[in-house]
Design a binder for this molecule. Structure first.
Ligand code: PHE
Length: 498
C-alpha cells in the first residue's frame, strides 16, 4: 500500500520497505514556518528568549526535516543497532532517508558551512506514546560554539576570547540567586577524549571549553527559570504566612527567597565527551532541561574543522515551555484557538515595540527587551476544557511461536512453515490511533496486561481517552471513531480482539 515515490517539500523520494510515514505526518511536513517562528506562539516566545540570552550565537532557521540517516545517526557515531534507529521509533522515507529525530542531525553540515557559534531551531519527529507530554512532532534547539586551536590562534590563550567570556558570564552569576551543584566526576561523564588528553594544547582548550559551556548553560537556566522560581517561592511564602499568622508584618513574605538550584549530572551521547544533562529544581522536582557536552573530535573532523574545540547542547522546546508557561497539554501548541494564542500575543509585545536607540545610554537593545520580557512572567490561564470520553480496547497478542523442536516425534501433524509471528509493538498501536483519531486522542494508557496461566498467551487492555481541544464531542462520533480503531487494531496489528 506504500506509494512508490512521494513528493514532499518539492523533492521526490523513492520509498522502499522501510517507508513508514503516515499521511497525518506527511501532510504536516509542509507548512512553514514551523511553530517556533510563528508570531505570538509560546514556542516563539521561548526561542527568542533563549536567543537573546545566548546572543553571541547566530540563529539558524529550520532546514527541511527530511535528512539522510547518515547525518541523523552515522555522522554522529550512533551505532547501527541503536534502538532509536529502529523503524518502530523513527520515521523513514526509505532506508537511507528519514525524518530527523533531533537537531544534532545538522551539526556536521553546519560546522562544514563555516558556522562556529550558532543556534538552530527545528521540528523533529519520533514515533512515540500518546499522552499530555508526547507528540510525534516537536521542536528542538541545537546550540554549538567552537574555537580555533591552530598555531597562531589566541582563542584559548590566557586572556583570550574564551577565557574573557567565561569570566564575564561567571561574574554575572556571582551575585545571582543561583546554586550550582556540579560534582560529576569527569570519568562518569565519559572523560576527556583521547585526542584532548594526549595533547597539552587541546587538553587546555577542552578544559576551557567545558568551563565556557557550564557558564553559558548556568546562565541560560537562570535566565529562563530564575525570576519565575523567585516569584513562586515568594508567593507560596506569602500564602502560607497569610494563613498561619494573620497579624504578621507585611513584606516579610516577599523577602523569603530560595536560590534557583541547577544540577549537572553525567550523561552519554556518542557525539560529545564528556557529556552532561542539566536539571533545575523547579516546583519541587528536578526538571531535565537539556543534554550537552564537548563535541567529539570525529564530528569536527568530518566537518573539516579539525583544528577546533568546543561544545554543543540540545534542548526540547515544548517540555520547557509547558513547565515555564504552565501549558497542560502538548496538543495545545497546535491549537489555532484564540483563547490560547491571545495569551502569548500580549507577552510578545516588547519585541514589536518601536526600537528605541539606547546606544547612548549604554544599554543594548537585546538586554532591554529581555528585561521587559522577564518582568512579565507569562502564565497560561486554562480555559474550560471540553468533556472527555474514554473507551477501552482489549486484545490477545499473537500466539507464541508454536514451532516444534526439530527432533520432536510426538507430533502427527505436518511440520508447518511458520513465518516469524508478527510482533506487537506499542508504538504501532499509538500510531494507528493517531491516524484514526488524529488529535482527538488525548492519551492512551495500558490499564491491564496478563498472561493466561495455561496457554501463556498475553492479553492487553488499553484505555483511550478522547477529547477535543476545540469543541464538545458527540457520543456517536466517539463511538464511530472507536469502532474504526478496534477494526484497524484487529486487521493491522495481528492481534485478536477480546
Ligand atoms: N541530540 C540530543 C538529544 O536529542 C541532545 C544533545 C545535543 C546532546 C547536543 C549533546 C549535544 O537528546
Amino acid at each position: 500500500t506504500a506509494p512508490k515515490t512521494i513528493t514532499v517539500l518539492g523533492q521526490t523520494y523513492e520509498t522502499d520497505d522501510f517507508f513508514n510515514v503516515p499521511p497525518s505526518i506527511l501532510s504536516r511536513l509542509g507548512p512553514r514556518p514551523v511553530l517556533p517562528y510563528q508570531s505570538s506562539h509560546p514556542l516563539e516566545l521561548l526561542r527568542t528568549h533563549i536567543e537573546s540570552t545566548l546572543s553571541r550565537c547566530e540563529s539558524l532557521a529550520a532546514p527541511s526535516p527530511i535528512v539522510s540517516a547518515e547525518s541523523n545517526f552515522d555522522d554522529l557515531g550512533i551505532a547501527p543497532d541503536h534502538p532509536g534507529r529502529s523503524p518502530t521509533d523513527t520515521y523513514y522515507i526509505n532506508r537511507q532517508t528519514c525524518l530527523r529525530t533531533h537537531t544534532s542531525a545538522h551539526e556536521v553540515e553546519t560546522f562544514k558551512a563555516g558556522k562556529t557559534r550558532w543556534l538552530l531551531t527545528a521540528d523533529v519527529y519520533r514515533r512515540d506514546e500518546i499522552d499530555a507530554s508526547h507528540y510525534p512532532i516537536f521542536h528542538q534547539m541545537e546550540g554549538a560554539s567552537n574555537w580555533s586551536t591552530a598555531p597562531g590562534s589566541t582563542d584559548f590563550d590566557e586572556g583570550g576570547v574564551v577565557q574573557k567570556e567565561c569570566e564575564e558570564m561567571e561574574a554575572r552569576l556571582e551575585g545571582a540567586q543561583i546554586e550550582i551543584e556540579d560534582n560529576v566526576s569527569l570519568e562518569d561523564a565519559g572523560g576527556w577524549q583521547k585526542g584532548h588528553e594526549a595533547d597539552p594544547v587541546r587538553r587546555k582548550a577542552a578544559e576551557l571549553a567545558l568551563r565556557h559551556l557550564k557558564a553559558t548553560l548556568n546562565g541560560l537556566a537562570y535566565d529562563l527559570f530564575g525570576d519565575r522560581h523567585a516569584a513562586e517561592v515568594a508567593a507560596a511564602a506569602a500564602a502560607s504566612q497569610g494563613s498561619t499568622a494573620e497579624s504578621s508584618n507585611d513584606g516579610a513574605a516577599s523577602e523569603v527567597s530560595e536560590p534557583l538550584r541547577v544540577r549537572w549530572i553525567s550523561a552519554f551521547f556518542p557525539f560529545t565527551s564528556p557529556s552532561f544533562e542539566v536539571e533545575v529544581w523547579f516546583r519541587g522536582q528536578w526538571l531535565e532541561i537539556l543534554g550537552c557536552g564537548i563535541s567529539q573530535q570525529s564530528i569536527l573532523d568530518r566537518a573539516s574543522v579539525q583544528d577546533r574545540v568546543g561544545w554543543a547542547f540540545g534542548l526540547g522546546l515544548e517540555r520547557i515551555a509547558m513547565v515555564l508557561y504552565s501549558i497542560p497539554d502538548i496538543r495545545l501548541f497546535w491549537s489555532k484557538d484564540e483563547r490560547f494564542l491571545r495569551q502569548f500575543q500580549q507577552a510578545d509585545q516588547p519585541t514589536r515595540m518601536p526600537k528605541i536607540d539606547s546606544s547612548e545610554a549604554g544599554v543594548s537593545d537585546a538586554g532591554g527587551n529581555m528585561d521587559q520580557r522577564r518582568k512579565k512572567l507569562v502564565t497560561f490561564r486554562p480555559y474550560s476544557k471540553f468533556p472527555s470520553c474514554h473507551k477501552d480496547v482489549s486484545f490477545w497478542l499473537p500466539k507464541p511461536d508454536l514451532v516444534k523442536d526439530a527432533g520432536s516425534d510426538s507430533s502427527t501433524t505436518e511440520p508447518v512453515e511458520v513465518a516469524s509471528p508478527p510482533s506487537f509493538h506499542e508504538n504501532d498501536l499509538m500510531e494507528l490511533i493517531r491516524e484514526t483519531a488524529a488529535d482527538l486522542a488525548e492519551d492512551v494508557k495500558l490499564i491491564d496486561s496478563f498472561s493466561h496461566p495455561k496457554t501463556g498467551r498475553v492479553s492487553k487492555c488499553y484505555r483511550i481517552n478522547y477529547r477535543s481541544m476545540e469543541r464538545s464531542l458527540e457520543n456517536e462520533e466517539v463511538n464511530a471513531l472507536h469502532d474504526v480503531v478496534v477494526q484497524r487494531v484487529r486487521d493491522e496489528l495481528g492481534v485478536e480482539i477480546r
